[in-house]
Design a protein around this ligand. Structure first.
Ligand code: PGA
Length: 272
């Protein structure tokens, strides 16, 4: 990814997190159907995070679609060594990964990943020339206890501490409230926009001048994607369940891309 400036026109990012679904054969079948249903569009990039064993198959099956990037759902920060069961970033790159998901809430809360580990993975991805998509988000208890801001500032703070301000030109963030993931409860466009602004303020306070794309994730579907993306604060979506079926995913992309949004410039503008 090249360096971004504030004036540069922005593309929406539609990221599909397949989690532990779609092995290599299923990934190939998905790609075949999906390619027949969609064409590259000027205003969007499509990122796919299949299980690691399907990265190579999906890259091959997607051929040379210029709008598609395939990535890893998780990586280790070391490049090799005695880490049974882990996968290193250069290995992911070797099979075609160009992006990596870091700090997804399922990694944080089901597998005990800490803020510090998230920061190390982010740094390692950048060092390997891979774009990290770093996830942030509060749990329901944290939200109900009025701690959303505190948690988000802490999570983004760990990454801010590890990176130089200039590194942020190659980072993408996702705000994914944990209570909205896979629950059918999505944040309202207002809730999402508010936290996106908070994150942006925090970046600004730490001298980050790059216009870091911030995606929203958590029960995004064909019914709510357009209303979310009309918010200029949102630069795209990170989608789990609704990205698994090629027809549904193609439909979601259309609805999202046609939302009345101009994802360009610092403030964004909404067409009338
Ligand atoms: P969901 O998952 O769309 O199924 O809520 C989103 C995510 O976990 O990235």
């Amino acid at each position: 990814m090249t360096e971004r400036s504030l004036a540069e026109p922005r593309k929406l990012i539609f990221a599909a997190n397949w989690k532990m679904n779609h092995g290599p054969a299923e990934a190939r079948r998905f790609a075949e159907k999906f390619l027949a249903l969609t064409a590259p569009a000027e205003n969007r990039n499509l990122w796919f995070f299949p299980p690691a064993v399907s990265i190579g198959a999906l890259c091959q099956a997607m051929g040379n679609r210029p709008d598609v990037r395939v990535g890893a759902q998780n990586v280790h920060w070391e490049t090799k060594g005695a880490f049974t069961g882990e996968l290193a970033i250069p290995m992911m790159v070797e099979v075609g990964a160009q992006v990596v998901l870091v700090g997804h809430s399922e990694r944080r809360y089901l597998f005990g990943e800490t803020d510090e580990q998230v920061a190390r993975k982010t740094t390692a991805a950048l060092g390997a020339g891979v774009t990290p998509l770093v996830c942030l988000g509060e749990t329901l208890t944290e939200r109900e206890g009025g701690r959303t801001e505190h948690v988000i500032v802490r999570q983004v703070g760990a990454v801010l501490q590890a990176l130089e301000p200039s590194d942020w030109a190659r980072v993408v963030l996702a705000y994914e409230p944990v209570w909205a993931i896979g629950t059918g409860k999505n944040a309202t466009p207002d809730d999402a926009a508010q936290v996106h602004e908070l994150i942006r303020m925090e970046l600004g306070r730490h001298s980050v001048t790059a216009r870091v794309p911030i995606l929203y994730g958590g029960s995004v579907n064909t019914g709510n994607v357009a209303s979310l993306l009309t918010r200029p604060q949102l630069d795209g979506v990170l989608v789990g369940g609704a990205s698994l079926d090629p027809n549904g995913w193609a439909d979601l992309l259309e609805k999202g891309s046609n939302a009345k949004v101009r994802p360009s410039g610092w403030h964004g503008t909404i067409d009338g």
